[in-house]
Design a protein around this ligand. Sequence first.
Ligand SMILES: Nc1ncnc2c1ncn2[C@@H]1O[C@H](COP(=O)(O)OP(=O)(O)OP(=O)(O)O)[C@@H](O)[C@H]1O
Ligand SMILES: [Mg+2]
Length: 519
Amino acid sequence: MYYRRNMQVKIYGLRGCCFGIANMILVKRMRETLYSALLLQDISFFDGETVGDLTSRLGSDCQQVSRVIGNDLNLIMRNVLQGTGALIYLLVLSWPLGLCTLLICFTLAAVMMVYGLYQKKAAKLVQEFTASANEVAQETFSLMRTVRVYGTEGLELKRYNHWLDKLADISLRQSAAYGVWNLSFNTLYHSTQVIAVLVGGMYILAGHITAEKLTKFILYSEWLIYSTWWVGDNVSSLMQSVGASEKVFQLMDLLPSDQFISKGMMFQKLLGHIEFVNVSFQYPSRATVPVLQRINLSIRPGEVVAIVGLSGSGKSTLVNLLLRLYEPTNGQIFIDGIPLRELDIKCLRGKIGFVGQEPKLFRMDISSNIKYGCLRNIKQEEIERAAKQAYAHDFITLLPNGYNTLVDDDLLSGGQKQRIAIARAILRDPTILILDEATSALDAESEHNVKGVLRAVRSDSSTKRTVIVIAHRLSTIQAADRIVVMDGGKIIEMGSHSELLHKDGLYARLTRKQTDALV
Ligand SMILES: Nc1ncnc2c1ncn2[C@@H]1O[C@H](COP(=O)(O)OP(=O)(O)OP(=O)(O)O)[C@@H](O)[C@H]1O
Ligand SMILES: [Mg+2]
């Protein structure tokens, strides 16, 4: 007896261990698959999703799905086998009584299905509400400074509580449904016993079965009902996992962006000739608002072109198309005469240095931030040379750990981040350099940084670069070969600084305004 129990404990332990390992592998694989599917989505996909929601899918949702294998499937299998055995035995003992019990089991199964479907729906809502709560928390933490300055802690707590209330409400309903399910089970369970005693008693009186058989019958029917209950209970939690996993599987099934599927043309050397031909564009998330309209622009290799215009005129969007973050709705972009779509995107991006309007840094040391994305082996001297060109070296050496200082987005000023981003772009030794001047850094520092880079580009005749500068401070770009003026998604003027002043259009007006503001 002791030996048997000991064996049983060992077998349960072994089974639990195997399921535990399978569970761990499943969660890991799911997270890997989901993360790599998300990383390869179009940028427009991220315009429609929130960070909180996506991280919630990666975190708790994947964990929830693993319950399918770790717990529920295991128990369902065991109870189905036990129940089937009991049913066969019951039918052999007395088929009319066996059929009665089977009928009760079917009723139980029907209630169980309804309950399971409800749980599936509820689980989906729980996941959605949890994701929304995460989203609020994530947003609040990342905008903590704004929250503190505006004193909106209470408001943010209210926003978070709104989702917590919804979660509590759904949990309450789940508990109520669980109560109803248990009540049905108990009623049906007791009905079986009553039926067995009544009908069985009559059978005994009629001499069809013996009292011993009836006792066995009652015991086995109890076993059958309990197995059905266990299956029901586990199916409902299985349904919860299925409900929670629906969005995870939907996301996992997303095809990677076209850019990663199609094999583009590789090239050794890029001259840096850029041509926009009749390019129009609207963002997929706002498909009715035209952002760029019939843009025609040709930039020669080595030319320094500045793009200016009022806020919202489409300057950054133009650059987004050149970086192929979005595809034009109409028209084409050519690089060295080859349509952008036909070039190998990785190869092309390797030749482009880009400093975004609001540069963001990774939570890693400064050296790693500067060499981020560089595939070749980079020496420390190269990093420092790039930092010097970007006017970043001096302030970096003043930091406690110099180039090894751990930074993230909050630990440096806007201008310092911009300079590190410029160093990152220069280190790639790009053929096309794109600088989107920070709107937030509309100060002499930003102007100094951008001007410095332009000077360095001009003075270094060994490397020819095509440069596109989006400038908010017009004095930054007076030395550009050509200035392109945009308004409402169109190019309205083009020429050198003096030509445009002479023309007395928008550029001249903007220049006058900025000069007046400075006086
Ligand atoms: N991801 C996006 N989804 C939808 N619309 C967008 C998106 N990004 C920008 N827009 C819209 O496109 C228009 C042009 O924006 P863009 O960022 O190109 O302007 P900009 O000229 O760079 O302005 P700024 O000088 O302020 O940087 C704006 O009306 C903006 O609201
Ligand atoms: Mg912009």
